[in-house]
Structure formats: structure tokens, C-alpha cells
Design a protein around this ligand. Structure first.
Ligand code: LHQ
Length: 264
């Protein structure tokens, strides 16, 4: 769905800024916001003018996961099918973020809970305000972590920390999340927007073709053998070496000037 105000969309200097915008509900997901976010990421796939994406939240939170009031079990006549919610609403968006061959920066401006935390972890580079915290809130309501959380947390942290975080739902502060390698950086609250935008803008004028291929290679490494990965690096480097950005990057270096990358 386009034109929804549940996600504010702005294209600035090649950066598609997507702001989750249900601040009175800490930007928790209702169906409309799911569709609006997906449309935003799809636009990044479709438009060459989009060279990087910045995902953030309006107000004091980043995202509190699913809107728990949206389908109140007390008012339902039968048990819900949450698997269907994942299959039709969350998982397509997660897959679109991972398959987008452009950098996706996430600026976590406040609390990120449940699927909200795990959507952040699915982005390529995560900056968080020092006051932000990440909560695997699922266990508090009898659910299983979703939105790729069990995959990301286990790969990044290992089983002991992944199990403890998900089973206790203990909040994890931004600085500890950075120390643990779950996010890139914790920054002073009043610097978050500027730092995230500077990073995204830098990428948007960078060799985004090569950055996209880099993303593909890093993501493949988790399941590839070394032999497979060496082959993949060979193939992707062949492709990168044929790009206009590579020619421009080398020419600019030799001519001692700033490169003018086009993302091709
Ligand atoms: C909310 C929410 C929220 C509605 C804050 N919904 N209103 C689930 C089910 C289905 C399919 C698949 O996937 C999932 C995935 C999930 O994401 S499950 C996990 C869902 N999320 C949670 O369990 C987190 C619930 N929220 C909280 O625990 C707290 O709000 C946190 C710790 C995030 C923030 O606490 P506070 O800073 O103290 O804020 P607050 O609780 O006062 O919230 C502010 C407002 O936002 C409040 O509304 P009100 O009208 O009272 O001001 C909350 O009701 C509302 N809100 N989260 N998920």
C-alpha cells in the first residue's frame, strides 16, 4: 500500500529514508504499516535513483514489534494463525531487506522490542542511540522469536547468549549490543540522526554496485564452504571489475581526485 502515513518516505541525495510512524504505539506493526514498509523496500529494489536505505522510527521508540492490540485474543472467536502473519507480512519484508543489493542502514532511535529488534538486526549496518534497548519480548507472551531473530542472534552471539536473551527477555542496552557485535555502533542520542544520515549519504554517492555485491558475498559466507566462497568471490570480483565504478575508482585514484561513482 502506498501513500500510508504509517511509514514516512523521503528520497534525499540517493538515500531512501523510511521512518516507521505510529509513535503513540511505539511504531508497533499493524497490517497497514507492514504493507507500507514492504512497499518502501520494494521501491528501493525497483528504482536506480535509490542507492541506500535508512530505516528509523518516529518518536521515542524504534519499533515495539507486532501491535498486540491489533488482534486482541480476548475478542477473537478462534485461535489466531500467527504463522500466516509471519508468512504473509513479516517474512517477505525480511527477505526483501536481505536480497536488496544496496546498503540498508538502521538507526535505532529508542526501544526495539520483539520483531522490531529482529528487523533491525536484519539490516546491514545498525546504529543505535545509547539510550536505546533491544528486548526479545516474545517469551513474555508465550511466543517464539521471529523475524529472523533465532537465526541472527544464534549466528552472531552463539547459543548461550541467544538462549539467555530470548528466554529471559532481559533488555540489552545499545552499548552492550555493540560490544557483543549485534550492531555496528552505539552513538550519543543527539548524534544518531546525523551520523546515520552521513553514513547513508556516503554510501549513496559511493560504488553501490560493489557494495551490493559485497553484501551478497558476506551473506553467502554463513552457509558456504571456503571453496564455495572462494568461487563466489572470483565471480563477484569479475562482475565488479567490469563495472563503471571500478574504472572510475581507479582513474580517480591515479588522477588524485575524488571519484564520481554512479552505482553501475
Ligand atoms: C504497544 C506495543 C505493542 C501495541 C507498546 N502493541 N501497543 C507477534 C504476534 C503476531 C505475529 C507475529 O509476530 C509477532 C512478533 C512480535 O513482535 S511479538 C512481541 C510484541 N511486542 C511486545 O511484546 C512488546 C510490548 N511492549 C512493551 O513491552 C513495552 O511497550 C516496551 C518495553 C517496548 C516499552 O515500554 P515503555 O517504554 O514503558 O512504553 P509503554 O509500554 O508505556 O508503551 C507506550 C505506548 O505504546 C503504550 O500505549 P499507551 O496508550 O498506554 O500510552 C503501549 O500500550 C503502546 N505499545 N508496545 N507491541
Amino acid at each position: 500500500m502506498s501513500g500510508s502515513d504509517t511509514v514516512l518516505v523521503a528520497l534525499e541525495g540517493g538515500v531512501l529514508r523510511l521512518t516507521l510512524n505510529r509513535p503513540d504505539k511505539l511504531n508497533s506493526f499493524n497490517e497497514e504499516m507492514h504493507h507500507a514498509l514492504r512497499a518502501g523496500i520494494q521501491r528501493a529494489h525497483d528504482e536506480a535513483a535509490v542507492r541506500a536505505v535508512l530505516l528509523t522510527g518516529a518518536g521515542r521508540g524504534f519499533c515495539a514489534g507486532q501491535d498486540l492490540g491489533d488482534r486482541d485474543p480476548r475478542k477473537a472467536t478462534e485461535a489466531p494463525d500467527l504463522g500466516k502473519t509471519l508468512e504473509t507480512l513479516y517474512n517477505p519484508t525480511l527477505r526483501l531487506i536481505r536480497s536488496l543489493e544496496k546498503p540498508v542502514i538502521c538507526a535505532v532511535n529508542g526501544v526495539a522490542a520483539g520483531a522490531g529488534a529482529n528487523i533491525a538486526f536484519a539490516c546491514d549496518i545498525v546504529l543505535a542511540a545509547k539510550s536505546a534497548r533491544f528486548i526479545q519480548a516474545f517469551s513474555k507472551i508465550g511466543l517464539v522469536p521471529d523475524a529472523g531473530g533465532t537465526w541472527n542472534l544464534t549466528r552472531i552471539l552463539g547459543e548461550p547468549r541467544a538462549k539467555a536473551l530470548t528466554m529471559t527477555a532481559e533488555p540489552l542496552g545499545a552499548e552492550k549490543a555493540a560490544d557483543w557485535g549485534l550492531i555496528w555502533k552505539a552513538v550519543d542520542d543527539d548524534r544518531l540522526e546525523e551520523e546515520a544520515m552521513a553514513l547513508a549519504t556516503g554510501f549513496a554517492s559511493g560504488p553501490t554496485k560493489g557494495l551490493g555485491l559485497t553484501k551478497r558475498a558476506i551473506q553467502a559466507a554463513g552457509t558456504n564452504s571456503l571453496d564455495q566462497q572462494l568461487d563466489l568471490e572470483r565471480d563477484l570480483q569479475r562482475e565488479a571489475g567490469r563495472s563503471a565504478d571500478y574504472a572510475e575508482g581507479v582513474a580517480a585514484f591515479l588522477e588524485k581526485r575524488k571519484p564520481d561513482f554512479k552505482g553501475r
